[in-house]
Design a binder for this molecule. Structure first.
Ligand code: DOR
Ligand code: ZN
Length: 346
């Protein structure tokens, strides 16, 4: 018997689109299934001001294939020089939907990130005042902290102090990877939400390291132990509205991944919804897929749920391209390691 599921059209609350030829190649992969996405600002140079965000938004819209509708929700990259008045104006105009905090050195193109949190206090206070969310890459970067502990230590040393010092600040913990992250969200109030990626629901650290190193499974925050993956799956499929999808789909060319010092990022835009349907089915939670992909995120950001829908149909194995061709080189599509049976239309 064919099984079908129609859900409100999903949004991606954490997406890397890049620029130029890469943008043109990866944008259609997201726009095929998603109505909107929170667009990460870690370009080189980063998207720092309202004017930068407006120009980037125009480049994204110009790269959309004809006849495609997709709304980029822009973010600003928080630096120690960010001007609170510029942030407020960009938010008020509707252009910018969040500010992104990268601790300096945490990941791809994060060199302009924050070192001294006292220097961004004025911006955070303004954001709390106007209700603009802070999206947080939650990893400390101190060299004496084990990379697998970066998220848990960040919560204690950075996130919790920031939240205590800035009452009313709305925070999204991005791409949580640990039970600690799940528990921190659950222990707190409605000003705190978290995105979860598709790949962190599928892989643990063994997938990266056992039987030869797999560069296409390397991302940041790096996948953790199996117990953490299971905690993420429970959170994502629980129906708790504080957890929602942010794919962190992050394209890098194969030549930049398959090298002695490979870039971090999994490219999941192409097959994310098929993978998620399978994960939710395995967890006996297909009825909660729509909340995770299409309802909880808009609720957190105070935006309407999309009126358009997508329909998922279960059948024979669905095939997706192993790679997409871009003007910069080939980009490998995330391989979940199992056949996919949910096709997506609409
Ligand atoms: O794996 C990642 N890739 N994590 C990030 O935080 C950044 C991203 C990228 O931009 O490539
Ligand atoms: Zn990211």
């Amino acid at each position: 018997m064919t099984q079908t599921l129609t859900i409100a059209r999903p949004d991606d609350w954490h997406l890397h689109l890049r620029d130029g030829a890469m943008l043109r190649a990866v944008l259609p992969e997201t726009a095929r299934h998603f109505a909107r996405a929170i667009i990460m600002p870690n370009l080189v140079p980063p998207v720092v001001t309202g004017a930068d965000a407006a120009a980037y938004r125009d480049r994204i819209l110009a790269a959309l294939p004809q006849g495609t509708t997709f709304e980029p929700l822009m973010t600003l990259y928080l630096t120690e020089d960010t001007d609170p008045a510029d942030v407020a104006a960009a938010a008020e105009s509707g252009l910018v939907k969040a500010v992104k905090l990268y601790p300096a050195g945490a990941t791809t193109n994060s060199a302009s990130g924050v070192r001294d949190f006292d220097r961004v206090r004025g911006v955070l206070e303004k954001m709390a005042e106007i209700g603009l969310p802070l999206c947080v890459h939650g990893e400390v970067t101190d060299s004496d902290i084990d990379i697998f502990d970066r998220e848990a230590v960040f919560i204690d040393r950075v996130l919790d102090p920031i939240r205590r010092a800035t009452p009313g600040l709305r925070v999204v913990m991005e791409h949580i990877t640990t039970r600690d992250g799940v528990e921190y969200v659950k222990a707190n109030d409605t000003d705190l939400g978290a995105t979860i990626t598709t790949h962190h629901l599928v892989i643990n650290r063994n997938h990266i390291l056992v039987g030869g190193i797999k560069p296409h499974y390397y991302c940041l925050p790096v996948a953790k132990r199996e117990e953490h993956r299971l905690a993420l799956r429970t959170a994502a499929t629980s129906g708790d509205t504080r957890f929602f999808l942010g794919t962190d789909s992050a394209p890098h060319t194969d030549s930049n991944k398959e090298t002695a010092c490979g870039c971090a990022g999994c490219f999941t835009a192409t097959n994310t919804l098929s993978i998620l349907a399978q994960v939710f089915e395995e967890e006996g939670a297909l009825d909660r897929l729509e909340g995770f992909t299409s309802r909880n995120g808009p609720a957190f950001y105070g935006l309407p749920v999309n009126e358009a829908t997508v329909t998922l149909t279960k059948g024979d194995a669905v095939s997706y391209p192993a790679k997409i061709i871009t003007g910069e080189g080939e980009v490998t599509v995330f391989d979940p390691g199992f056949p996919l049976h949910w096709a997506v239309a609409g």
